[in-house]
Design a protein around this ligand. Structure first.
Ligand code: NAP
Length: 483
């Protein structure tokens, strides 16, 4: 494949491409076929150290680079990404599995973080106020936090990177990016685009590794990284928070979800089914915002479930590069087994299968769109992030019951509610313990919105007006001016 051949396969350090010091490489595979796409340099702790040194060396000059210049590099990179939509989309489909239409949508979404933060780079504000005593002036300015370590997962290979790189560069921070080893090609292609857009050497460094723990921990303990921005599971987030505590590194944590989706008896069922399809099936269900627990009012539950199952059964499962594919493979066999085990556990405890639930034969990590009803309260699917195309439906009778069930989780990323009553919509939205609410919609992601979770779904926000704050420090200068 030309798109794979054209991507650099080495580590990107100090503006140059280089092999891992050990000479080791890792295999990048296509989850639709199980075949290897290519080999990529596999970084060791020494490579990680070199990447941080390059970021540290570049930090002062990048912080001093005029905001307009930083902004225009991001804007040029945005234009280049959009111009190369087809290549980047195909690359993501090949290494991650999502259908081409979804990959194209991710290119548009991911690129938008560069355009948005190119606009924010020139709007970093400060202030001058008079202290209450009248004798002092308080001059407040904002400075980049310093070299950042950005760690991203595989499920949105482009957008998870640009959502962090955009604000970090806009703020004047240098970067070491560690993408997931399943999907490094998109990040390496992105690094090449930023270099082409004029990003100075060392401002962005990319290390790919199969030894995440061994490479990252010494970097966090080394005293040079000033900020960790992590997207991934809550389990790994806890480990990294503990490591950052020792050297008091600032953190942003975009962690796991267990999103409830509530359909009230007054909901427009067409809207609710459509919204559920998006909330459940975007990215094959491999999204931190995916509807994990679906609660439907008893009076409309049968009709909702039947309609949803009809829509799910009609989806075409297949290789994401083939025209007409709606649902690609899951990322790997472990992901597929996890989804299937959750389904089997629910069925063992009494759930009814309306569609799906059969493991297909043949190569590739495919799993059929599945709808389950009558989920018993002790089923593992209720407390576990499914990360697959499985809709688990339960019923409720009162608003209180729905809200209590929705909040009964350690997570708090996204939640969805479907109702036509404005008072109920606002009341329930305020009571739901989550950072983001989809009201009569299954899509909450938007580069202009503050994305993030409460409880154990994370700390901080990405995107929106506040996204850049995560990469800036306040500095206050006391200025006595006399009586
Ligand atoms: P993961 O296992 O936590 O891995 C995420 C990243 O962390 C990968 O690059 C991984 O590399 C790295 N990593 C793992 N252990 C590490 C360690 N000890 N030290 C340093 N880095 C380490 O998560 P995943 O399975 O890739 O992604 C799925 C999870 O991400 C889900 O829970 C999902 O909800 C969450 N997610 C959250 C958001 C959000 O915005 N809140 C967005 C997308 C995904 P290796 O693969 O090599 O271990």
């Amino acid at each position: 494949m030309t798109v794979v051949r054209d991507v650099p396969k080495q580590l990107f350090i100090g503006g140059g491409w280089q092999d891992a010091e050990s000479g080791r490489t890792l295999s990048v595979d296509n989850p639709a076929t199980g075949e290897e796409l290519c080999q990529v340099a596999d970084a060791s702790p020494a490579d990680g150290r070199h990447a941080v040194e390059a970021a540290v060396t570049a930090q002062a000059a990048w912080a001093a680079t005029p905001p307009r210049v930083r902004s225009e590099i991001l804007r040029r990179a945005y234009d280049l990404i959009i111009a190369r939509t087809e290549d980047l989309a195909l690359l993501m489909t090949l290494e991650m599995g999502k259908p081409l239409a979804e990959a194209r949508a991710e290119v548009a979404y991911g690129a938008e973080f560069f355009r948005w933060f190119s606009e924010e780079a020139v709007r970093i504000d400060g202030g001058l106020t008079t202290a209450p005593d009248g004798r002092n002036r308080l001059l407040v300015t904002r400075q980049p936090v310093g070299p950042c370590l950005l760690i991203t997962p595989w499920n949105f290979p482009l957008a998870m990177g640009t959502r962090k790189i955009g604000p970090a560069l806009a703020a004047g921070c240098t970067i070491v990016l560690k993408p997931a080893p399943q999907t490094p090609l998109t990040s390496l292609a992105l690094a090449a685009i930023l270099k082409e857009a004029g990003l100075p050497d060392g401002v962005l460094n990319v290390i790919v590794t199969t030894d995440a723990a061994g490479v990252v921990e010494p970097l966090l303990r080394g005293g040079k990284i000033r900020k960790l921005s992590f997207t991934g599971s809550t389990q790994v987030g806890r480990i990294l928070l503990a490591q950052c505590a020792d050297t008091v590194i600032r953190t942003s944590m975009e962690l796991g979800g267990n999103a409830p989706l509530i359909v009230f008896d007054d909901a427009d069922l067409d809207v609710a089914v459509e919204g559920t399809m998006v909330a459940k099936m975007r990215n094959m269900g491999e999204s931190c915002c995916a509807a994990n627990r679906i609660y439907v009012h008893t009076s409309v539950a049968d009709e909702f479930a039947t309609r949803l199952a009809t829509r799910m059964a009609a989806l075409k499962v297949g290789d994401g590069t083939e025209p007409g594919t709606d649902v690609g493979p899951l990322i790997d066999n472990a992901g597929r087994s996890k989804a299937h085990d959750l389904v089997r556990d629910a069925v063992k405890r009494g759930a009814t299968v309306l569609t799906g639930a059969e493991l297909p034969e043949g190569p590739g990590c495919f799993y059929p769109p599945t709808v389950l009803t009558g989920i018993a309260p002790d089923s593992a699917i209720i407390d576990t992030e499914i990360f697959g195309p499985v809709a688990a439906i339960r019923t409720f009778d009162t608003e209180d019951e729905a809200v209590t069930a929705a909040n009964d989780t350690e997570f708090g990323l996204a939640a969805y509610l479907f109702t036509q009553k404005l008072d109920r919509a606002l009341r329930v939205a305020e009571r739901l313990e989550s950072g983001m609410i989809g009201l009569n919609t299954g899509l909450v992601s938007n580069p202009a919105a503050p994305f993030g979770g409460v409880k154990q779904s994370g700390l901080g926000r990405e995107g929106g007006r506040v996204g850049i704050d995560e990469f800036l420090e306040y500095k206050y200068i006391a200025v006595p001016v006399g009586a």
